[in-house]
Design a protein around this ligand. Structure first.
Ligand SMILES: [Fe+2]
Length: 288
């Protein structure tokens, strides 16, 4: 149901592809209505974003009664669709500078990223030595944001391979809520590390996407895939409706840049956090 043939490369430091009108306006309106009619949401994060997350009881209920959301979810939650996305990226980025060391062999449909609260040593224990033989799964949420929603520049969790966003309504530029893509100001050939949350002063804004109804953006979740969302302000009570998702491995991704490998390091903390909220840096593997 998603017209991914329209995906086009966007010039940035990491692989980003965009397709406009991947969904038609009727499909978008139907999806918005299904989200609007959802009686409950799983959580509210980032200053005003309500989510219905894959893995929750609420999500199951939502999918059962929401025809078009179910159709979209089924499209994404499929090993062949995942492979299609992977091959689109490989074909479009033949001189692929970033690559994933261990391709997943198994796609697990009913798996989702753990939503338990853990400290860093529990998290490391969970990943164990699955690095070399990871499986892959889809994570997805149906989201609506109100005024105040914003996301400071960051890279996503270390288990993510690809992330995607589908915008269900047009947002006027003056109302914010655009997706921002950043690059490091200093251009070094081989960087020794990539932090998950770099200082804003280290980054330069590279691209900005105003949400347009029916457009979809895919990007590879490489160590330098810095992105954020500008503070959103409702216009005449119009909220920001979108779908966010990713293909994630069962263990951290070992990213390669040309011939060098970057190893993920989870920052030690005794605080219990969501597995996807832990801070982590990618460090150049000098021993290889
Ligand atoms: Fe993100």
């Amino acid at each position: 149901m998603l017209k991914i043939k329209k995906l086009k490369k966007i010039k940035t430091r990491f692989p980003v592809m965009l397709a406009e009108k991947a969904l038609n306006s009727k499909q978008c309106e139907d999806l918005i209505n299904e989200i609007k009619n959802s009686s409950s949401f799983d959580d509210m994060i980032m200053g005003g974003r309500s989510r219905i997350n894959k893995g929750s009881k609420n999500f199951k209920r939502y999918i059962k009664k929401s025809k078009i959301s179910k159709k979209l979810f089924t499209t994404f939650n499929n090993p062949f669709f995942f492979k299609k996305i992977q091959s689109i990226f490989k074909k479009n980025y033949k001189d692929l500078t970033w690559s994933n060391t261990y391709d997943p062999k198994k796609f697990i449909k009913n798996k989702f990223t753990n939503k338990k609260l853990m400290n860093s040593s529990e998290l490391k224990k969970m990943y164990g030595n699955k690095y070399r033989n990871p499986s892959v799964n889809l994570d997805i949420d149906f989201s609506v944001s109100k005024s105040g929603y914003r996301l400071k520049p960051h890279r996503d969790d270390i288990t993510r391979l690809y992330n995607f966003l589908i915008y269900l309504n047009d947002i006027p530029k003056k109302n914010g809520g655009s997706l921002t893509i950043y690059q490091k100001k200093k251009n070094t050939k081989i960087r020794s590390r990539f932090r998950r949350f770099p200082k804003i002063s280290e980054l330069a804004l590279c691209k900005e996407f105003t949400p347009k109804q029916g457009s979809v953006i895919f990007f590879q979740s490489t160590p330098n895939s810095y992105h954020g969302v500008k503070r959103f302000k409702e216009h005449k009570g119009q909220k920001r409706f979108f779908i966010y998702g990713s293909y994630a491995l069962s263990a951290p991704v070992l990213w390669k840049y040309k011939n060098v490998t970057y190893l993920p390091f989870i920052k030690p903390t005794s605080k219990k956090l969501l597995t996807s909220s832990h801070d982590s840096n990618y460090i150049l593997n000098k021993s290889a």
